[in-house]
Ligand binder design. Structure first.
Ligand SMILES: [Zn+2]
Length: 305
Protein backbone atom coordinates (compact mmCIF):
# COMPACT_ATOMS: atom_id res chain seq x y z
CA UNK A 1 0.00 0.00 0.00
CA UNK A 2 1.38 3.43 -0.86
CA UNK A 3 1.86 5.66 2.17
CA UNK A 4 0.60 9.18 2.02
CA UNK A 5 3.07 11.94 2.80
CA UNK A 6 4.28 15.34 1.61
CA UNK A 7 5.58 15.54 -1.94
CA UNK A 8 9.30 14.78 -2.14
CA UNK A 9 10.20 18.23 -3.37
CA UNK A 10 9.17 19.88 -0.07
CA UNK A 11 11.17 17.46 2.11
CA UNK A 12 14.60 18.93 2.93
CA UNK A 13 17.36 16.83 1.33
CA UNK A 14 18.98 15.87 4.64
CA UNK A 15 15.65 14.47 5.89
CA UNK A 16 15.17 12.60 2.59
CA UNK A 17 18.55 10.98 3.24
CA UNK A 18 17.44 9.80 6.67
CA UNK A 19 14.13 8.42 5.46
CA UNK A 20 15.15 6.92 2.15
CA UNK A 21 15.15 3.11 2.46
CA UNK A 22 17.73 2.66 -0.28
CA UNK A 23 19.81 5.83 0.11
CA UNK A 24 23.37 6.01 1.37
CA UNK A 25 24.10 5.78 5.09
CA UNK A 26 23.54 9.39 6.13
CA UNK A 27 26.46 11.28 7.59
CA UNK A 28 24.18 12.81 10.24
CA UNK A 29 23.62 9.57 12.14
CA UNK A 30 26.96 9.27 13.96
CA UNK A 31 26.59 12.79 15.31
CA UNK A 32 23.02 12.17 16.48
CA UNK A 33 23.99 8.90 18.12
CA UNK A 34 27.18 10.28 19.64
CA UNK A 35 25.49 11.32 22.90
CA UNK A 36 24.59 7.72 23.59
CA UNK A 37 28.21 6.53 23.78
CA UNK A 38 28.75 4.66 27.03
CA UNK A 39 25.17 5.34 28.17
CA UNK A 40 24.13 4.03 31.58
CA UNK A 41 20.41 3.44 31.69
CA UNK A 42 18.68 4.31 34.95
CA UNK A 43 16.42 1.27 34.84
CA UNK A 44 12.88 0.83 36.12
CA UNK A 45 11.22 3.49 38.20
CA UNK A 46 7.70 4.13 39.45
CA UNK A 47 6.10 7.54 39.02
CA UNK A 48 2.72 8.77 40.26
CA UNK A 49 0.99 12.09 39.84
CA UNK A 50 -2.18 13.45 41.46
CA UNK A 51 -3.26 17.07 40.96
CA UNK A 52 -6.72 18.14 42.12
CA UNK A 53 -8.40 21.55 42.40
CA UNK A 54 -9.60 22.65 45.80
CA UNK A 55 -12.88 23.78 44.29
CA UNK A 56 -14.25 22.08 41.19
CA UNK A 57 -15.85 25.35 40.11
CA UNK A 58 -12.49 27.14 40.02
CA UNK A 59 -9.53 26.39 37.77
CA UNK A 60 -6.70 24.45 39.33
CA UNK A 61 -3.73 26.77 39.89
CA UNK A 62 -1.28 23.95 40.66
CA UNK A 63 0.88 22.50 37.89
CA UNK A 64 2.67 19.15 37.81
CA UNK A 65 4.73 17.20 35.32
CA UNK A 66 7.19 14.34 35.18
CA UNK A 67 9.56 13.84 32.27
CA UNK A 68 11.41 10.64 31.52
CA UNK A 69 13.59 11.55 28.55
CA UNK A 70 14.08 9.08 25.75
CA UNK A 71 17.79 8.95 26.55
CA UNK A 72 16.91 6.72 29.51
CA UNK A 73 19.48 8.55 31.60
CA UNK A 74 17.18 9.95 34.26
CA UNK A 75 14.22 12.25 34.56
CA UNK A 76 12.79 15.34 36.18
CA UNK A 77 9.72 16.59 37.96
CA UNK A 78 8.09 20.02 38.17
CA UNK A 79 5.48 21.10 40.74
CA UNK A 80 4.13 24.66 40.93
CA UNK A 81 1.50 26.19 43.18
CA UNK A 82 0.12 29.35 41.60
CA UNK A 83 -0.52 32.08 44.15
CA UNK A 84 -4.16 33.17 44.24
CA UNK A 85 -4.27 36.99 44.26
CA UNK A 86 -6.74 38.92 46.39
CA UNK A 87 -9.60 40.58 44.55
CA UNK A 88 -8.55 43.67 42.65
CA UNK A 89 -6.01 44.74 40.08
CA UNK A 90 -2.84 42.68 39.66
CA UNK A 91 -1.51 44.47 36.58
CA UNK A 92 -1.97 41.39 34.39
CA UNK A 93 -4.48 40.50 31.70
CA UNK A 94 -3.88 36.80 32.28
CA UNK A 95 -4.99 34.20 34.79
CA UNK A 96 -2.88 32.29 37.31
CA UNK A 97 -3.34 29.00 35.35
CA UNK A 98 -2.16 30.83 32.21
CA UNK A 99 1.01 31.72 34.10
CA UNK A 100 1.66 28.33 35.71
CA UNK A 101 1.10 26.53 32.41
CA UNK A 102 3.76 28.66 30.73
CA UNK A 103 6.27 28.63 33.58
CA UNK A 104 5.75 24.91 34.25
CA UNK A 105 5.94 24.06 30.58
CA UNK A 106 9.19 26.00 30.18
CA UNK A 107 10.70 24.37 33.28
CA UNK A 108 9.80 20.87 32.13
CA UNK A 109 11.19 21.42 28.67
CA UNK A 110 14.43 23.00 29.89
CA UNK A 111 15.06 20.34 32.57
CA UNK A 112 15.07 17.79 29.75
CA UNK A 113 16.78 19.69 26.95
CA UNK A 114 19.32 21.82 28.85
CA UNK A 115 20.98 19.28 31.08
CA UNK A 116 24.20 21.30 31.21
CA UNK A 117 22.41 24.11 33.06
CA UNK A 118 21.87 24.07 36.84
CA UNK A 119 18.31 24.10 38.18
CA UNK A 120 18.61 27.76 39.33
CA UNK A 121 19.80 28.68 35.82
CA UNK A 122 16.82 26.84 34.36
CA UNK A 123 14.39 28.55 36.74
CA UNK A 124 15.91 31.92 35.86
CA UNK A 125 15.53 31.29 32.12
CA UNK A 126 12.00 29.92 32.47
CA UNK A 127 10.90 32.99 34.46
CA UNK A 128 12.46 35.26 31.83
CA UNK A 129 10.78 33.36 28.97
CA UNK A 130 7.40 33.50 30.70
CA UNK A 131 7.76 37.20 31.53
CA UNK A 132 8.62 37.86 27.90
CA UNK A 133 5.29 36.46 26.77
CA UNK A 134 3.32 39.20 28.55
CA UNK A 135 5.77 42.02 29.24
CA UNK A 136 4.24 43.96 26.35
CA UNK A 137 0.70 43.84 27.68
CA UNK A 138 0.99 43.66 31.47
CA UNK A 139 2.63 45.51 34.38
CA UNK A 140 5.07 42.88 35.60
CA UNK A 141 6.34 45.17 38.39
CA UNK A 142 3.01 44.81 40.23
CA UNK A 143 3.60 42.88 43.50
CA UNK A 144 0.69 40.61 42.59
CA UNK A 145 1.81 39.84 39.05
CA UNK A 146 1.14 36.09 38.56
CA UNK A 147 3.55 34.00 40.63
CA UNK A 148 4.06 30.51 41.96
CA UNK A 149 5.95 28.33 44.39
CA UNK A 150 8.38 25.94 42.70
CA UNK A 151 9.68 22.42 43.30
CA UNK A 152 12.11 20.95 40.79
CA UNK A 153 14.04 17.68 40.91
CA UNK A 154 16.22 16.16 38.23
CA UNK A 155 18.06 12.88 38.42
CA UNK A 156 20.59 10.95 36.36
CA UNK A 157 22.50 7.74 37.06
CA UNK A 158 24.82 9.49 39.53
CA UNK A 159 22.94 12.36 41.20
CA UNK A 160 19.63 13.92 42.24
CA UNK A 161 19.44 17.72 42.01
CA UNK A 162 16.67 19.69 43.72
CA UNK A 163 15.29 23.21 43.96
CA UNK A 164 12.56 24.48 46.28
CA UNK A 165 11.23 28.05 46.30
CA UNK A 166 8.50 29.15 48.72
CA UNK A 167 6.08 26.92 50.61
CA UNK A 168 5.83 23.68 48.67
CA UNK A 169 7.94 20.67 49.69
CA UNK A 170 10.20 17.96 48.36
CA UNK A 171 10.43 14.90 50.61
CA UNK A 172 13.55 12.81 50.05
CA UNK A 173 13.56 9.25 51.34
CA UNK A 174 17.03 7.83 51.87
CA UNK A 175 18.13 4.32 51.04
CA UNK A 176 17.73 3.48 54.74
CA UNK A 177 14.16 4.83 54.89
CA UNK A 178 14.73 8.20 56.57
CA UNK A 179 12.65 11.03 55.14
CA UNK A 180 13.97 14.60 54.94
CA UNK A 181 11.70 17.50 54.02
CA UNK A 182 13.47 20.01 51.80
CA UNK A 183 11.68 23.26 52.49
CA UNK A 184 12.07 26.97 51.86
CA UNK A 185 10.78 28.06 55.27
CA UNK A 186 11.05 31.83 54.87
CA UNK A 187 7.27 32.32 54.88
CA UNK A 188 6.69 29.88 57.75
CA UNK A 189 9.27 31.68 59.91
CA UNK A 190 7.62 35.08 59.56
CA UNK A 191 5.67 35.90 62.74
CA UNK A 192 1.94 35.49 62.22
CA UNK A 193 1.35 38.82 63.96
CA UNK A 194 3.25 40.59 61.15
CA UNK A 195 1.05 39.10 58.38
CA UNK A 196 -1.90 41.33 59.14
CA UNK A 197 -3.27 41.92 55.64
CA UNK A 198 -2.58 41.31 51.95
CA UNK A 199 -1.54 44.96 51.65
CA UNK A 200 1.04 44.65 54.43
CA UNK A 201 2.34 41.32 53.11
CA UNK A 202 2.73 42.70 49.58
CA UNK A 203 4.37 45.94 50.72
CA UNK A 204 6.72 44.40 53.29
CA UNK A 205 7.37 40.72 52.72
CA UNK A 206 6.37 39.42 49.26
CA UNK A 207 9.54 39.17 47.16
CA UNK A 208 11.23 41.60 49.53
CA UNK A 209 14.53 41.25 51.41
CA UNK A 210 13.81 39.72 54.80
CA UNK A 211 10.47 38.35 53.57
CA UNK A 212 9.75 35.43 51.24
CA UNK A 213 10.20 34.83 47.53
CA UNK A 214 8.10 33.35 44.73
CA UNK A 215 8.69 32.79 41.01
CA UNK A 216 7.03 35.84 39.47
CA UNK A 217 8.65 37.99 36.75
CA UNK A 218 12.16 38.56 38.14
CA UNK A 219 14.64 35.89 36.96
CA UNK A 220 17.07 36.84 39.78
CA UNK A 221 14.76 35.20 42.33
CA UNK A 222 16.22 31.83 41.30
CA UNK A 223 19.25 32.63 43.48
CA UNK A 224 16.96 32.62 46.52
CA UNK A 225 15.85 29.02 46.10
CA UNK A 226 16.88 26.17 48.38
CA UNK A 227 19.03 23.93 46.19
CA UNK A 228 21.39 20.99 46.41
CA UNK A 229 22.65 17.77 44.92
CA UNK A 230 22.51 14.26 46.41
CA UNK A 231 24.11 10.98 45.42
CA UNK A 232 21.47 8.98 43.63
CA UNK A 233 22.52 5.81 45.41
CA UNK A 234 21.38 7.40 48.67
CA UNK A 235 17.88 8.30 47.44
CA UNK A 236 15.05 5.76 47.34
CA UNK A 237 12.07 8.03 46.62
CA UNK A 238 11.11 11.65 45.95
CA UNK A 239 7.71 13.12 46.87
CA UNK A 240 6.85 16.67 45.77
CA UNK A 241 3.84 18.31 47.40
CA UNK A 242 1.97 21.59 47.22
CA UNK A 243 0.71 22.95 50.52
CA UNK A 244 -2.80 21.68 49.81
CA UNK A 245 -1.42 18.13 50.16
CA UNK A 246 1.10 19.00 52.90
CA UNK A 247 -1.90 19.69 55.15
CA UNK A 248 -2.16 15.98 56.00
CA UNK A 249 0.97 16.47 58.12
CA UNK A 250 1.20 20.22 58.75
CA UNK A 251 -2.39 21.15 59.53
CA UNK A 252 -4.09 17.93 60.50
CA UNK A 253 -1.16 16.14 62.16
CA UNK A 254 -2.23 12.77 60.76
CA UNK A 255 1.38 11.62 60.53
CA UNK A 256 4.91 12.85 60.03
CA UNK A 257 6.66 13.15 56.67
CA UNK A 258 7.89 9.55 56.81
CA UNK A 259 4.33 8.32 57.37
CA UNK A 260 3.09 10.52 54.54
CA UNK A 261 5.59 8.95 52.14
CA UNK A 262 4.61 5.48 53.37
CA UNK A 263 0.94 6.28 52.66
CA UNK A 264 1.69 7.52 49.15
CA UNK A 265 3.84 4.47 48.40
CA UNK A 266 1.16 2.07 49.62
CA UNK A 267 -2.05 3.74 48.40
CA UNK A 268 -0.94 6.38 45.87
CA UNK A 269 -0.95 10.17 45.69
CA UNK A 270 -4.70 10.43 45.10
CA UNK A 271 -5.34 8.58 48.37
CA UNK A 272 -3.41 11.28 50.22
CA UNK A 273 -5.47 14.02 48.54
CA UNK A 274 -8.70 12.13 49.29
CA UNK A 275 -7.77 11.90 52.96
CA UNK A 276 -7.00 15.63 53.10
CA UNK A 277 -10.42 16.38 51.59
CA UNK A 278 -12.14 14.17 54.15
CA UNK A 279 -10.30 15.91 56.99
CA UNK A 280 -11.21 19.33 55.58
CA UNK A 281 -14.87 18.36 55.42
CA UNK A 282 -14.76 17.02 58.96
CA UNK A 283 -13.24 20.33 60.11
CA UNK A 284 -10.75 18.56 62.37
CA UNK A 285 -7.96 21.07 62.13
CA UNK A 286 -6.02 19.94 65.23
CA UNK A 287 -3.91 22.31 67.25
CA UNK A 288 -1.49 23.53 64.58
CA UNK A 289 -4.00 25.19 62.29
CA UNK A 290 -2.55 27.76 59.91
CA UNK A 291 -4.32 30.36 57.88
CA UNK A 292 -5.62 29.27 54.49
CA UNK A 293 -8.55 28.20 52.36
CA UNK A 294 -10.91 25.42 53.46
CA UNK A 295 -9.90 23.42 50.37
CA UNK A 296 -6.73 24.23 48.46
CA UNK A 297 -5.47 22.82 45.17
CA UNK A 298 -3.45 19.74 46.09
CA UNK A 299 -0.67 18.05 44.14
CA UNK A 300 1.41 14.94 44.82
CA UNK A 301 4.19 13.72 42.55
CA UNK A 302 5.90 10.52 43.71
CA UNK A 303 8.97 8.98 42.12
CA UNK A 304 10.56 5.69 43.15
CA UNK A 305 14.06 5.71 41.74
ZN1 LIG B 1 -0.13 39.09 31.88
Amino acid sequence: MPRHGPPEDIIPPQIRLLTSPSGPIPQLLPAIGGDCEGVVQTGRMRTELACEPGDRDRPNEDYASVALPASGQGGSLVVLDGVTPPAGDDGCLHSVPWFTARLGGALGEMCVSLRDLTLPEILSRAIARTAGTHAGTCDLSHPRTPQATVVLARWDPAHVEYLVLSDSALLVESASGEVTALLDDRLALLPGTALTSHTVIDATFRNKEGGFFTAAADPAVAERAVTGRLDRDGVRTLTALTDGAMRWTERFGEGDWRELVALVRKEGGQALVDRVRALELAGSEGTSARRGKTHDDATVVYVEL
